[in-house]
Ligand binder design. Structure first.
Ligand code: AMP
Length: 122
């Protein structure tokens, strides 16, 4: 399917500087900031600066430079946060079934405590 990007989503506003954020790391193509409602002692969101809705949209349409920058930035953030030793989890919610609230690609990086099994029964 073709994705349509909504430039009024809250992360687009963060990227334009219209809403503040607690930046963890910024590169040419990527911004990482603390989640406003942290669900673990470490809860960081990593977003590309380009207009991508979901991970598959990004992986399909972004340039090699954007994808490389994004991927390497995740590694740099893990190093900065010191999560490699104890372990951590990366989540990317997409669309209705994935219960994605903000329609701009983000991965959640979670750590700092045991995170339980991957999915709870609903
Ligand atoms: P998702 O359900 O994967 O779309 O998650 C969206 C995430 O964005 C949630 O964990 C929210 O707490 C987080 N969030 C929403 N608004 C902001 C904001 N202004 N700054 C930081 N995180 C936010």
């Amino acid at each position: 399917m073709a994705y349509t990007y909504d430039p009024e989503n809250i992360f687009a506003k963060i990227l334009r500087g219209e809403i503040p954020n607690r930046t963890v790391m910024e590169t040419e193509h990527t911004l990482a900031f603390e989640d406003i409602y942290p669900q673990a002692p470490i809860h960081v969101l990593v977003i590309p600066k380009g207009p991508y809705v979901t991970y598959d949209h990004f992986a399909s349409d972004a340039s090699d430079a954007e994808i490389l920058d994004y991927t390497r930035t995740v590694a740099a953030i893990c190093k900065k946060l010191g999560v490699e030793g104890d372990g951590w989890r990366m989540i990317s919610n997409a669309g209705q079934n994935g219960v994605q609230e903000v329609p701009h690609l983000h991965v959640h990086i979670l750590g700092g405590r045991g995170l339980g099994r991957m999915l709870a029964k609903v």
